[in-house]
Design a protein. Structure first.
Length: 459
């Protein structure tokens, strides 16, 4: 961030110097302006927004942390707040309102004019995390009986309020979607040609009740700048544009990464979240994982007798449980990502488990062989002494690693799919969670194999 720009904008805010601020913004990139706003104190942010022009103010409000948004909209002049809210795109305003408490939303809705208030209430009425919450009702729709000239005349007078004019939508008298046509298709035909002659009858649309995450997949698989949103009767209700989908995809990816790390998803940037909220987000999962690891201690207590008879077995416990946890974490991360990309669905469970069984056995043999060679080599070079039954110890480690790695890969790959089937978030089957599960069961596998192999000798 340019320190000179920061100081100038701060001075403009403090002195309410609108003319100087307008001149300064010519040399400041928007991303830099956002960074500057984030560095200002609460009072300075309010002062800046009182003199910032509507264009920059609305753009900044779209990307600022929710705490800053609340502070600004609560304290700036009511008339100014009303003007910003009324000029804000419907989808951005709806997203903003969703982040606020019901009481604050009620107060802000009073600042909207009748049309914008009705639009916002309509959008807020759709299920949470649905496409209806993501769409904007501002688009260009024409009739198939119109000529190309009439289309351009309509765009000239009404297109300025549209989210985009890259795509023109064709509807009938009842508002039912018939087609969508890219603007370039109208640019290379005669002006007296009818819209019906330009149509090809092929279009792609989203259902208003579809999940937001489903729209990411549709945009990903189709080269579209915007997609129409319809109800169950195919009546055109609004559109979803690529910028909103990209923002949604980023939020979704961030949330999944945080969950896979064994934490609740943060609702605001790390640099903005309060210490108390950060602890709340992390403590819950840590307690659950800690309680799970206590089962590991219980499992070791159950095999206390075996450990006292063959102390050498205790030396390899960290090796055993970490290998199982690592294999499970690997499988879990791979499957969660494959599910997020749409490569794997629940119906593919048999294919996945078959592949993971082969993978688990192969990886187990590799790790088991490394463990066997390590014990034999250390014993022969006298770097460690595992007793006269060192060969049995090596064999135990070899087969234990095969069993534990196999179990880890199966558990890590199946758990996300089971959670998805039950309607839960697959990311909740995070790497730490899988590792904790495999730790406990891994000890049982380890000592069970040791008992079978070493019975009559060390045990």
């Amino acid at each position: 961030m340019n320190k000179k720009h920061f100081n100038v904008i701060r001075e403009c805010a403090q002195q309410h110097d609108e003319k100087r601020l307008r001149r300064s913004l010519k040399y400041v990139r928007f991303t830099e302006l956002v960074n500057i706003v984030n560095e200002l104190s609460d009072a300075e942010q309010i002062e800046l927004f009182e003199i910032l022009n509507d264009y920059y103010a609305i753009k900044c409000l779209k990307v600022l942390p929710i705490r800053a948004k609340r502070n600004i909209m609560k304290h700036i002049n009511h008339q100014h707040a009303a003007r910003l809210l009324n000029r804000m795109p419907d989808d951005d305003r709806t997203t903003f309102f969703e982040e606020l408490s019901g009481l604050v939303v009620t107060e802000l809705l009073k600042l909207l004019n009748e049309k914008e208030r009705n639009d916002t209430l309509t959008l807020l009425g759709y299920p949470e995390k649905s496409v209806g919450r993501l769409m904007t009702p501002h688009y260009v729709a024409v009739k198939k009986e119109w000529t190309v000239k009439e289309v351009f005349d309509y765009i000239k007078f009404h297109g300025q309020n549209s989210e985009t004019v890259n795509v023109i939508y064709v509807v009938d008298d009842d508002g039912v979607l018939i087609d969508d046509i890219r603007i370039r298709e109208f640019l290379f035909v005669d002006h007296d040609k009818l819209v019906s002659e330009v149509m090809d009858g092929r279009y792609l649309s989203l259902l208003v009740t579809d999940k937001e995450k489903d729209s990411i997949e549709v945009f990903k698989k189709n080269n579209r700048f915007a997609l129409p949103v319809t109800d169950d009767k195919n009546v055109l209700l609004g559109i979803v544009t690529i910028d909103d989908v990209l923002r949604l995809a980023e939020e979704s990816t961030t949330e999944d990464i945080q969950k896979m790390g064994g934490s609740e998803a943060l609702d605001e940037p790390y640099t903005q979240i309060s210490f108390i909220n950060l602890i709340k987000k992390r403590a819950g999962w840590l307690i659950i994982l800690f309680l799970g690891e206590m089962l590991t201690a219980s499992a070791m207590g159950h095999f206390e007798g075996e450990i006292s008879k063959a102390v050498v077995l205790a030396l390899f416990i960290p090796l055993i449980i970490s290998s199982g946890g690592n294999s499970g974490s690997q499988a879990s991360s791979i499957i969660i990502r494959a599910m997020a990309l749409g490569e794997v669905k629940f119906k593919d469970w048999f294919y996945v488990i078959r592949k993971e069984i082969y993978s688990g056995v192969t990886l187990g043999i590799i790790l088991g062989a490394v463990g066997f060679i390590r014990i034999a080599l250390w014993q022969q070079l006298h770097w460690a002494h595992y007793g006269v039954h060192w060969l049995l110890v090596a064999i135990t480690i070899f087969f234990s690693l095969i069993g534990i790695v196999l179990w880890g890969t199966i558990a890590g790959s199946m758990l996300p799919m089971i959670l998805k089937r039950l309607g839960a978030d697959p990311a909740a089957s995070s790497a730490p969670f899988v590792a904790t599960l495999v730790d406990v069961t891994g000890l049982i596998i380890y000592f069970s194999i040791a008992y079978v192999i070493m019975q009559g000798t060390l045990l």
